[in-house]
Design a protein around this ligand. Sequence first.
Ligand code: FAD
Length: 462
Amino acid sequence: MASYDVIIIGGGPGGYVSAIRCAQLGLKTACVEGRETLGGTCLNIGCIPSKALLHASHMLHESQTNFVKMGLKGKSPSVDWPQMLSYKDDVVAQNTKGIEFLFKKNKIDRMKGWGSIPEPGKVQVADEVHEAGSIVIATGSESTSLPGVEIDEKIVVTSTGALALPKVPKKMVVIGAGVIGLELGSVYARLGSEVTVVEFLDAVTPGMDGEIAKTLQRTLKKQGLKFIMGAAVQSVETTKTKAKISYKLRKDDSEHQLDADVVLVATGRKPFTDGLGLAALGVETTPRGQIRTDTHWATNIPGLYAIGDAIEGPMLAHKAEDEGMAVAEVLAGKAGHVNYGVIPAVIYTSPEVASVGKTEEQLKDEGRAYKVGKFPFMGNARAKAMFAGEGFVKILANKETDRILGAHIIGPSAGELIHEICVGMEFGAAAQDIALTCHAHPTLSEAVREAALACGDGAIHA
Ligand SMILES: Cc1cc2nc3c(=O)[nH]c(=O)nc-3n(C[C@H](O)[C@H](O)[C@H](O)COP(=O)(O)OP(=O)(O)OC[C@H]3O[C@@H](n4cnc5c(N)ncnc54)[C@H](O)[C@@H]3O)c2cc1C
């Protein structure tokens, strides 16, 4: 039996980041991971492989739509799918090996196997039981499905299957117009699949700023994705090579059917805590199966903490990482803190979507007086040179004090641009603080400054 200050169960972005910070703060640390490789959902079957395929398919799209306009002639590239998959696998391998290296560098013991907690202060991996001053659960999440829809990861797939299809399907149906469905739907649409997205609600990406969601749906439609909104999927039947999707339209209860070669079920994710022994320990959970914690990530069992997708809050890698660092600081006797009001969210479609803070809908619901500063990318010289003038930056600020309350961007590199606003919000910035900051020309960031100017006396180029 080995003894540690901290044992972390789960080696995803929550767990591995927490392990590194614990070790940096002088705690003797081990991390248990059941998968062969470290990095969790994010590096193995989530953020990283999906972004690799988004990047490759975006390059194809650029070559097909913009190269000739820029005077780049010649045979346009065609898709070598096995090579694209191996590029994606290579990107994943480089990143997961990088975490292994960081574990060695920080002298973190990696335990291979599935961990459980037989009693407080003990972690069992296979036949071995280890002692821990504190235990951090960072076991992440898994895909959900719908009643009447059985996943086989061949014809009816989750995101995991969709990242490794044997060939590009002719027809794909995506159930769910959330982030994962729209990102992977975009990948296959760009590669030539006929993609139909079936969504229960009337708008895509629930929770996003309404104006942004509408613009995103309109743009994706122009790119060839079809949308069936307000539709409740009833069942998916499969033969050896095809699927038949039955759905009812909510507005009139009428029944319809669709055919597909592949059905991607992207209806959300739920916490993964199987096999840990939480019920026997008496760990409190929410009705959605999330581990309940206090503001310092402590569960109701002394010495037992939880972070990341396994607890409440947005299921995002950077939220898990921030909690991982903060809980390490708490365990080392410091003041770990996460500002949940400033957690950006990004959709890596083209154009990208990024948001932070309050949406207009939330501000209206809260009855708060706010002003809107908007600037279209069509007014930004750099975006026009990139054929990326679609979209806008929208900053929401307090009507009296000018303090930034939220920002929503749809357009080129939105996922990078949002961080200027995040830093501003962390410092309690007013829109004028961004407006008075000199921004290099010609950059996409100037669009953020112009939106901030639009919160005051007006944008210059609109
Ligand atoms: C297709 C897809 C795309 C995504 N894209 C993005 C994105 O672009 N940006 C973003 O921020 N988020 C994205 N996400 C979400 C992101 O992957 C998760 O929010 C993030 O991985 C959560 O981190 P975590 O550490 O809490 O859990 P996970 O990454 O799920 O890691 C948990 C780890 O714990 C291990 N584990 C579980 N139980 C045990 C046990 N008993 N013993 C040992 N090990 C165990 C699992 O094997 C897993 O490796 C995406 C997700 C998917 C599916």
